[in-house]
Ligand binder design. Structure first.
Ligand SMILES: [Zn+2]
Length: 116
């Protein structure tokens, strides 16, 4: 396994810090990634009746200090990938999904407002 693959597979476990909860939920809201979803919905015709089918029949998990919860059932999960709570990687992913913000940043760099 390469070094970058290792860091991709690194996990954090609950209890999460308040900062981690903030970034995990921010990660869940990005359009460019596949968020964590409730596993009860693998067979969703049977199991997802009470779930908000907002993601092709899946419901996004919500991060709390005590771990992930499903807003629609009692499913919980106690781990996340480390990069999902990393401020720098979440900020980069956010830029990728927001072309206007990215253009604004490039313009500011080009105008010497920001020195790389
Ligand atoms: Zn659920």
């Amino acid at each position: 396994m390469s070094e970058s693959e290792q860091s991709l597979s690194k996990r954090i476990t609950a209890p999460f810090t308040v900062e981690q909860v903030y970034y995990l939920n921010k990660y869940q809201s990005l359009d460019s990634v596949h968020p964590f979803t409730c596993i009860r919905q693998v067979n969703y015709e049977v199991n997802a009746k009470d779930h908000d089918l907002d993601l092709g029949g899946r419901s996004k998990l919500v991060a709390t200090v005590n771990g992930w919860i499903c807003p629609y059932c009692d499913y919980t999960q106690n781990w996340a990938h480390e990069f999902m709570a990393n401020p720098a990687s979440v900020a980069s992913l956010e830029l990728l999904t927001n072309p206007d913000k990215l253009k604004e940043l490039i313009d500011r760099i080009n105008s010497d407002e920001i020195t790389p």
